[in-house]
Design a protein around this ligand. Structure first.
Ligand SMILES: CSC[C@@H](O)[C@@H](O)C(=O)COP(=O)(O)O
Length: 333
């Protein structure tokens, strides 16, 4: 399993996901401010990983109790869509409000969140492997892998578990414009694991499905509303519509910390808009002429009606999601 983020000598160390796959370099964070910058600039990304990073950021600065809430606000302001960020910060706040000693107990809770994330992804994998046929071509979008979680991955956890169960799995990874999480990160992870991987541009998914070359779609999520609407990386909705048109089941794999029962449906999910430069430049090369306007939402919402199932650590939720999500969040299997 990949070490996406870890402690080293009292500092938080994370692999720099902006540099993969060409360079494997690590960023060291000494303060919560460093962690906040790392989240904002996508050194670390992916909903569960952002949550783990935020928890570590809080734990870094908690020697100073007076700074606690300011640190939480700083980290909460980094990225608006992934609800795992706010979930992790709220957990840290509860520990603090409970009067436990700040430095030690928040550090312990952070370790717990990290360990839970790995266990949850393994459980998601176990439940999700059942939706992958014995010989399967799986399409995924963005990166919901080890890099996006503590270590094992949600959507890629399903793929890993299917492979570990002896299934013959070939993966199509959408390149995922503009940050290229699929081409750079998903392909990097899967190739390292020896899993058959083919990268396609986002615009190729339709032709691939029409040619009958996709058996199942599995993606991750940044926030799932109470009715089962799913916010995930921009382009996910397009994949879901294509999957529906071609009769391909579309699954979402996510831990319970991604489910937001306080948001009734997808219209209430805040969608982050990122810097136009992510689209207009590729490194130093300008791709879009000056004067052209750019719209760069980082996420879209896939209506629940397109989703065959939501794979969680407690099992697979099926429609109607308003009932099944509540049921699973209430602690029922
Ligand atoms: C297990 S990660 C699930 C999602 O966070 C992932 O699919 C995604 O959309 C990540 O977006 P990113 O902008 O790279 O943070």
């Amino acid at each position: 399993m990949l070490p996406t983020i870890d402690w080293d000598d009292g500092e938080v160390v994370m692999i720099d996901q902006r540099k993969l796959p060409s360079k494997e370099v690590y960023v060291r964070c000494r303060t919560a401010k460093d962690v906040a910058r790392a989240i904002r600039t996508m050194v670390i990304r992916g909903a569960p990983a952002i949550g783990v990073a935020a928890a570590m950021g809080v734990a870094l600065d908690t020697q100073l109790a007076t700074e606690f809430y300011r640190t939480c606000d700083l980290l909460a302001a980094t990225r608006p869509t992934a609800v795992n960020l706010f979930w992790a910060i709220e957990r840290m706040k509860r520990v603090f409000a409970g009067g436990m000693r700040v430095g030690r107990s928040t550090a312990e809770l952070q370790a717990l969140i990290d360990a839970e994330d790995v266990a949850n992804c393994r459980a998601i994998g176990r439940h999700g492997a059942g939706v992958v046929p014995a010989e399967a071509r799986v399409l995924t979008h963005c990166n919901a892998g080890a890099l996006a979680t503590g270590r094992y991955g949600s959507a890629l956890g399903v793929i890993r578990a299917a492979v570990e169960a002896g299934k013959r799995v070939a993966v199509y990874a959408d390149e995922t414009r503009p940050f290229l999480q699929g081409a750079r990160l998903t392909a990097w992870e899967l190739v390292r694991d020896g899993i058959d991987t083919t990268v396609i541009t986002d615009g190729m998914a339709g032709s691939l499905m029409r040619a009958g070359m996709v058996d199942v779609v599995v993606v991750g999520a940044d926030r799932i509303a109470a009715n089962g609407d799913v916010a995930n990386k921009i382009g996910t909705y397009t994949v879901a519509v294509l999957a529906r048109e071609h009769g391909v089941p579309f699954y979402v794999a996510a831990p319970l910390s991604t489910i937001d029962l306080s948001t009734p449906d997808g219209s209430g999910i805040p969608i982050e808009e990122r810097d136009a430069k992510e689209m207009t430049y590729m490194g130093a090369s300008q791709l879009v002429p000056e004067g052209a306007a750019v719209w760069n939402p980082a996420f879209d919402v896939t209506p629940a009606s397109f989703v065959a199932g939501i794979i969680t650590e407690r099992g697979i939720c099926r429609p109607p999601f308003a009932e099944s999500l509540k049921h699973v969040c209430d602690g029922n299997q």
